[in-house]
Design a binder for this molecule. Sequence first.
Ligand SMILES: Nc1ncnc2c1ncn2[C@@H]1O[C@H](COP(=O)(O)OP(=O)(O)OP(=O)(O)O)[C@@H](O)[C@H]1O
Length: 837
Amino acid sequence: MAAHNATHAPDHAPDSVRDREIEAEQQHLDRVYRRLEEKIHEAEFLMDDAAKRGQVGTPGALAERDAQVFQAGVHLHRLNSEYEDFLFGRIDLLLGKDGKKGPDGAHTSVEPADGAIQDGRAAIAETLHIGRLGVLDADYSPLVIDWRAPAAAPFYRATPVAPGRVVRRRVIRSKGRRVLGVEDDLMRPEVTATLDGAELPAIGDGALMAALGRARSHTMRDIVASIQAEQDLVIRAPAASVTEVEGGPGTGKTAVALHRAAYLLYQDRRRYAGGILIVSPTPLLVAYTEGVLPSLGEEGQVAIRALGSLVDGAEASAYDPPAVSRIKGSARMLKLLRKAARGALELAAPGAAPAAPPAAGAPAGDDAQLSLEDLLAQDGAGDRGRRAGSGSAAAPGAAVPTRLRVVAFGGRIELDENELRAIRQTALGGTAPVNLLRPRARRLILDALWARSGAARRYTDPELAAEAREGFDEDITTEADFQDFLDAWWPELTPRGVLAAMADERRLARWARRILNQREVRQLARSLRRLDATGHGPLSVHDIALLDELQQILGAPLRPARPREADPLDQLTGLDELTTYVDRAASGRSRRERLEEERTDYAHVIVDEAQDLTPMQWRMVGRRGRHATWTVVGDPAQSSWSDPDEAAEARDEALGTRPRRRFTLTVNYRNPAEIADLASRVLALAMPGTPSPKAVRSTGLEPRFALSGADGARGAAGAAGAADDAALARATVAEAERLLGEVDGTVGVVVAMHRREQARGWLAGLGDRVVALGSLEAKGLEYDATLVVSPAEIADESPAGLRVLYVALTRATQQLTVLSGGPDEPDADGVPDLLRD
Ligand SMILES: Nc1ncnc2c1ncn2[C@@H]1O[C@H](COP(=O)(O)OP(=O)(O)OP(=O)(O)O)[C@@H](O)[C@H]1O
């Protein structure tokens, strides 16, 4: 962890020393900008030169001009867009063990040379500045080292216990072209170090504390200037196979996951041009984190998607109650969906026109002709209303044809209900996706019709028989009515259509026999009645995984592969040290969106809050990383999923047998110790024996306990009465207003899921610094102050309620208030039963 606590030399430096140090960094920054301007002039020169070539007028010259203009434009854009805060660190290093230099011009040795320190004194042999991109001076000496380069690793890794060559680590704060301040940590406080003959001073209180003390906004910041050693190990872990990271709340798992994506791209851009997918639990967390990668210069190749947005064309907008989530997320759904997909075949499309009675007789025709009118007959009162072509997707609802009648060789050939059912069973015996089994079913029907025609017996010559059969097949299949029959009898099913078919309780009960119990069937069917007959309507996050699974079970016509756009990086030459930012410059949002749309298979998949994925979600995510390497971060103690063993099995299946590398993060950078201590009481109930991460700072501000004034009297239905709700509303608003006065940044008000909408109403009008959140929405987010409303209501919501409450209690960076209502049974001090020692 941070060197700060153990060794930082307190800042006794007089202002003049601080000013001098800031001035020195300013001079360095000025030099960097001068160099960048030279680079811009080079790029502009390329543009001018390219424009002149255009006047030559030959096609070759024009093509060359276009390429140059493109490249120069990329550079210009990149250089201009990096003028914000890109130099942020510096390390002063001892002489290395050997004199070798890397491609970035820095010495590669990690360990100091023997004799680098003598009698407690040492001379600084090398100073490196660290920034968001690498810049080389004209003589190839490093002006700025990219934070992801090997030479920058000691900036993050050095600790007083293992300082390597680092004597002093400095974080530089700058805005635009101006250096505002510096914060130092001494890695070898016992050594008197000199630089150019003068003693090396240490300024400030340490960068980490400065970073953590800042007010929070609604978006996450990068931590590039203060990544801690245990986090750096994860960020830079080799990409191969699976990297698993566990750590309690606030240990930086999300931050580390995002920085790792940027690091992997830097390490092997070509490989990860195949795309990195970051899976996030909620759209709120996506919105909160999506600014971090652009601030690190990476966005084009990274898709951050919420679990409810992983399937193109579908977006989760509804919530399922915990009991329904449990059913939909469970691995049992796989079996049920397979049955439903097959069962749905027996249901024809809605919208079929009313039926005409079956034809009375076949008109006469010669042997080779089929009766056009009488090709198809349907039982019951259903006309075979023509459906759109065979590519149309059917959703279940109307009658399915139960008889096929064709006329061939001058006679009528018919397959009845039982025969058609047997053919369907045989066709479904295969494991291929249901929609793709249709050609097989078609063939089986033709076989049956041919056999029934008795024609085979008439031909002794196999060649003639084959010829006759070919003609027979062709005659039947070229008739539109036969096509219509197939469309109705083996319709192309859509995932949404099957999901909608499951909303019928009786039908679902049939499909779910020995999979779900009666109550589960009722709950599931009721929840799916949100959808219309075609499966459109509000989907929940769990429905999305079901749609994805159904897509697999049903299969879809293969989309033609689209050629990938040429990566502009491939075309870059020259200014190689600046390649870090190429994507940002080259990729407009539209390109990024297109890439996201097209991809379902990624080169690396990062799963955030992995403890929450249900078995069905693991299957969905697993399909997107079949050939990927993985980084999986999570905290079992924060899991809102009720059956961890089942989820672990699905996770193992998704990650396969790839070797795993495990890391644990142990330091809580979010919560002050006072808040972490309170949360640990719930942790002890939720997951006895699980250690709490160690809070890195303390504010001296204990959490506050407030009372709603509600008496907890319950109405006939067991729900809190209107008077209690009004009291809770008043107390919530009053406390939210108080907290808004206490902190500069954001206030999060966390309520039980069923109060989500209600709480939004309560807080409307308090401004956009305050946010109302259902307990499950709070996942991964943080606020300067948090108000947790009625812990008992949150804990009672689901079997995982205590873990969800633990999440709610660990969102605050500065202040926490717990507001009790009647069910919380608060003591005289307002401390709810659940949070008492
Ligand atoms: N090295 C660091 N320097 C500065 N801030 C840090 C550092 N590491 C983490 N933080 C900050 O601590 C907070 C918590 O980080 P993050 O959200 O990544 O934690 P987490 O482990 O994902 O938490 P949770 O499990 O509760 O979602 C964030 O504000 C993050 O910026």
